[in-house]
Design a protein around this ligand. Structure first.
Ligand code: EPU
Length: 432
């Protein structure tokens, strides 16, 4: 068990290079199940979520060889079972992609209900199931397991209208449809950059997917996919998190290896707050040397402001002049972290999906908890901005999604360390 210790109040200066997109990687790794051949996937972020996905493939019988830290050769031709490791599956949300991939390839899948970050309520998969059922599968959820079976051993194409814009359901139905018999259309599809990336990956292996990035995706089933190689796009949310960090601390960061268009919404909001954001071809320069202005933020599916940046931007707004209004438009409850910020002197009132933030002059260091991945990133930003020392517990959440966050931040002047927590058995804080 570890915690982060941050001595805050230092401006950030320098360059940070962004890793591959987590939410594309966690879909592309199971997508390799559909391929008859070796896929070489480059730019996989080295984080616990991708490590677990790769291990799940190994336990299914796939050959996974690391070419280097970020490049894997995956050959799923020797997979012998469509029953995924339940313990590993429960450790991450994106394990639901195993259902679409196994069902599409073998006509059957037995997997555990996905785990992952909990935003205070159930994270349903009814839209995924609606899609698989329309394609001819029977899907049963029993004792924490999802059991899916295609009639006749192979799915068929279908027209599926998603009742909510869902990233996971869009990708999962796409995975199930690439080898299905006939034509599938997904309407009201999500449009996030990682959806386009997964479609490009599958197309580069021989799939026929059109319209990814719009709200109607059309998939013509093919008989097989061949091996190939593919490089994952940069992580839009990791980039946005460091942009928010320098907006909070002040200073200047050149954030490299990004696609500026994917960040338009975040850049626009930071500019509204008085931050300079200058796009380069594959980088963005972010500078803050003036006081921050308040702003209103409403999260929405892409191309709206990403929900996965809501805790980070809210944290920066705690230090802005005036009152900011935040509306969470994707998840029912994503403000669990607000109490932690209030311990540091922030003034936030939460009411359902809305939060009102009264800007304060400064935050002060405290012992706080990361309650999920992006909330954890927000705690790091708070610690960097605060005076004094901040200790962050629950950092395993942060390490699910941010590659080498400590090294990246230290290289631009942050005073942050990862230290070991005392072994349980003595007097530990929770026990007092
Ligand atoms: N929803 C349903 N039914 C479904 C699926 C979703 O009602 O069958 C609802 C959810 O309850 C939520 C909304 O639809 O209110 C959107 O959920 P979505 O399915 O888009 O979320 P997800 O696929 O479970 C992915 C990301 C999340 C990110 C959301 C929204 C992955 C592995 N996770 O989750 O990322 O917040 O899309 O953009 O891609 C993160 O990276 O920190 C993270 C949580």
């Amino acid at each position: 068990m570890h915690k982060y210790v941050i001595k805050g109040g230092k401006k950030l200066y320098g360059e940070i290079s962004i890793s591959g997109a987590k939410n594309a990687a966690v879909a592309m790794i199971p997508a390799a199940i559909l391929v008859d051949g070796t896929c070489r996937i480059e730019n996989i972020p080295s984080i616990s979520d991708t490590i677990i996905q790769l291990n799940i493939l190994r336990t299914l019988g796939a050959k996974v060889n690391a070419v280097n830290k970020h490049t894997m050769d995956i050959d799923c031709r020797c997979i012998s079972s469509a029953v995924a490791d339940f313990d590993m599956m429960r450790r991450l949300r994106a394990s639901y992609y195993l259902i679409g991939a196994l069902l599409g390839k073998f006509g059957t899948a037995t997997v555990a209900m996905p785990g992952g970050c909990n935003f205070g309520g159930v994270r349903p998969i009814d839209q995924h199931i609606k899609g698989f059922t329309a394609m001819g599968a029977t899907v049963e959820v029993k004792n924490g397991l999802v059991l899916a079976r295609a009639a006749g051993g192979r799915l068929h194409g279908a027209s599926i209208y998603l009742d909510v814009v869902s990233v996971g359901a869009t990708i999962n139905i796409m995975l199930a449809a690439v080898l299905a018999r006939g034509f599938t259309m997904i309407e009201n599809a999500a449009r996030e950059p990682h959806i386009v990336d997964v479609a490009n990956f599958l197309n580069s292996m021989g799939a026929d997917i059109r319209g990814a990035g719009t709200n109607v995706i059309k998939i013509r089933g093919v008989d097989r996919l061949r091996g190939g190689f593919y490089s994952i796009v940069p992580d839009q949310i990791e980039a946005g998190t460091y942009m928010a960090a320098v907006a909070g601390t002040g200073g200047q960061l050149l954030i490299k290896n990004i696609i500026p268009k994917h960040l338009n919404c975040i850049s626009g909001k930071l500019q509204e707050m008085g931050v300079d954001v200058i796009d380069g071809e594959d980088c963005v320069l972010v500078r803050r040397d003036k006081p921050l202005h308040h702003a209103n933020v409403k999260t929405q599916p892409y191309p709206g402001f990403p929900t996965d940046m809501q805790p980070q931007i809210t944290t920066v707004l705690t230090l802005a002049q005036g009152t900011s209004h935040i509306t969470e438009g994707v998840w029912d409850n994503r403000y669990k972290y607000a109490d932690e910020l209030c311990k540091m002197g922030a003034r936030i009132r939460v009411d359902g999906r809305a939060a009102v933030v009264e800007g304060v002059e400064s935050l002060s260091g405290a012992t706080i908890k990361a309650c999920d991945l992006r909330a954890g990133a927000a705690m790091v930003i708070a610690g960097l901005c605060a005076s004094g020392t901040t200790e962050i517990e629950g950092i395993e959440y942060i390490e699910r999604g941010y590659e080498e966050i400590i090294d990246k931040l230290r290289a631009v002047g942050a005073d942050i360390q990862c230290v070991e927590l005392p072994e349980p058995g003595g007097v530990i804080p929770e026990a007092i």
